[in-house]
Design a protein around this ligand. Structure first.
Ligand code: ADP
Ligand code: MG
Length: 454
């Protein structure tokens, strides 16, 4: 394994796991000093740019880092964090505009994006649009073209990993493209809250107010975080009023609509509702396929439409798609294996399809549920009749037990009438493949998943 390739994949993996500000604060100047491969584990020495960075990474990101290494190397990885400035790697570009003036418009834009902790790939060009998310895209483009005039605030809400941060950052990127020195601020509700607490403690609240209130474009990601935090809500209320009065634009995202955010002050709720609230919906199959092709292209991964369809049929959130692309890439680069249907299918089998749920339903409940969905008795699923309709339901059950609940091949085989593990492999493969072409089956699986407890 080439350490630089491993580190590149680990970094990509962290970008997916962490919020953009955390990633750029703690990991852009952190690097891999050495990587030793033992028979059962790996040993990685990580260079952190300062002792403060080392402390923060050890305290807050050790788990994420270890997990990223394990995914990339396929082995448990022991981490040793050292304080060391990178000398071989090219120095990271300056972020304060004092050195090395950028040369072209593109450089200038990249420089501005880095300065504001924005991800360059979160652009409108890289955002796939279909009938499902057209409204959100149209509203965001309108705001980017004429900030401060039409919809204020623009409030984007929807489930985790559906593209809110991407759209929000695309607005910022468009504004910076037109004018790289625009006064914009991008931060999360959590950063905003922490910063105000710090400012009060250090008696620098005046500076905090000046900074936020003078923004022409304020992008506050995951605003639901400030609910119930009195001082943050108070400060945000005044900040919002001043920015709006001065003709600036405010864009907010949240995992819920304003009326679903408990402990949100009413005066804020009514301000949010007076702007434009747009739901960012879960993408349909076609949109997921398009997102995958965009992600693959970004990573110079030559993914065919057929393979993209297989993946899109089996994974539902764009964040999972991003994570999957990263996994695929590291598999190909680190292990030097070709991109084939078998590789995709085996990775899909290993992927955690749903967030771990605390109350895991008993496998028997799943069997009962699938049986009910197909109007069969549970015994027919575990039995040995080979009627077409029964076989399909049986294969769907195996697929769900394996992919949704990560049961082992042996466990699945045992639960479905002591079948051999090769039968399970065949069934899961078959469903994985058919899902890409058959929208009826896609819908069946989605409905069943929705009905699953936990
Ligand atoms: P959220 O903020 O809603 O939790 P993100 O904006 O972080 O989600 O999106 C998660 C991932 O999915 C990102 O990699 C993003 O680029 C990708 N993504 C989501 N929607 C789209 C889309 N329509 N086109 C391209 N990529 C998308
Ligand atoms: Mg987000």
């Amino acid at each position: 394994m080439d350490p630089q390739t491993v580190w590149q994949s680990v970094s990509e993996n962290l970008k997916v796991q962490l919020n953009p500000t955390s990633y750029s604060t703690w990991f852009t100047k952190t690097f891999l000093l050495s990587l030793e491969e033992k028979s059962h584990h790996c040993l990685a020495q990580i260079g952190c740019p300062s002792s403060f960075a080392r402390e923060q990474i050890a305290k807050n990101y050790h788990h994420a880092l270890a997990q990223a290494f394990e995914q990339v190397t396929g082995k448990k990885t022991e981490l040793i964090l050292l304080v060391k400035q990178s000398s071989e790697n090219p120095a990271p570009p300056p972020s304060d505009g004092l050195f090395a003036p950028p040369t072209s418009a593109q450089d200038e834009l990249l420089h501005a994006l880095r300065y504001h902790h924005l991800r360059p790939e979160f652009s409108f060009d890289n955002f796939a649009v279909s009938s499902t998310n057209q409204m959100a895209w149209a509203a965001a483009s309108a705001v980017a073209k004429n900030p401060g005039t039409a919809y204020n605030p623009l409030f984007l809400y929807g489930g985790v990993g559906l593209g809110k941060t991407h759209l929000m950052q695309a607005i910022a990127q468009e504004v910076l493209k037109a004018s790289p020195s625009s006064r914009i601020i991008y931060c999360t509700g959590e950063d905003f809250t922490n910063e105000i607490v710090e400012a009060i403690r250090n008696k620098t609240a005046a500076r905090f107010k000046e900074k936020y209130r003078s923004a022409k474009l304020l992008l506050l990601d995951d605003i639901q975080f400030i609910a119930g935090k009195d001082r943050a809500q108070e400060e945000f209320f005044h900040t919002f009023n001043v920015i709006k009065q001065d003709g600036g634009q405010v864009v907010l995202t949240s995992d819920r609509s304003p009326h679903e955010i408990e402990l949100l002050e009413n005066r804020l709720r009514s301000r949010f509702e007076a702007g434009l609230m747009i739901d960012v919906p879960a993408p349909d199959f076609e949109l997921r396929t398009a997102i995958l092709l965009i992600k693959a292209k970004q990573h110079q991964l030559n993914l065919s439409i057929e393979l993209a369809k297989i993946i899109a049929a089996n994974l539902h959130s764009p964040r999972q798609l991003e994570g999957f692309t990263t996994r695929l890439l590291s598999e190909i680069q680190v292990r030097q294996v070709p991109l084939t249907e078998d590789l995709v299918k085996s990775l899909l089998n290993k992927t955690n399809f749903s967030p771990a749920s605390p109350a895991r339903p008993l496998p028997q409940e799943i069997i009962n549920l699938v049986a009910k969905y197909y109007s069969l008795g549970p015994r027919q699923l575990t039995g040995h009749r080979r009627l077409k309709s029964i076989v399909l339901a049986r294969q769907v059950t195996m697929y769900l037990l394996r992919t949704h609940y990560q049961l082992s091949l042996q466990e699945v085989g045992h639960l479905l009438g002591d079948r051999d593990h090769t039968t399970v492999i065949h069934s899961v493969d078959k469903i994985t493949k058919v899902l890409a072409q058959n929208s009826l089956l896609q819908e069946d699986i989605l409905r069943i998943k929705q009905a699953l407890p936990g």
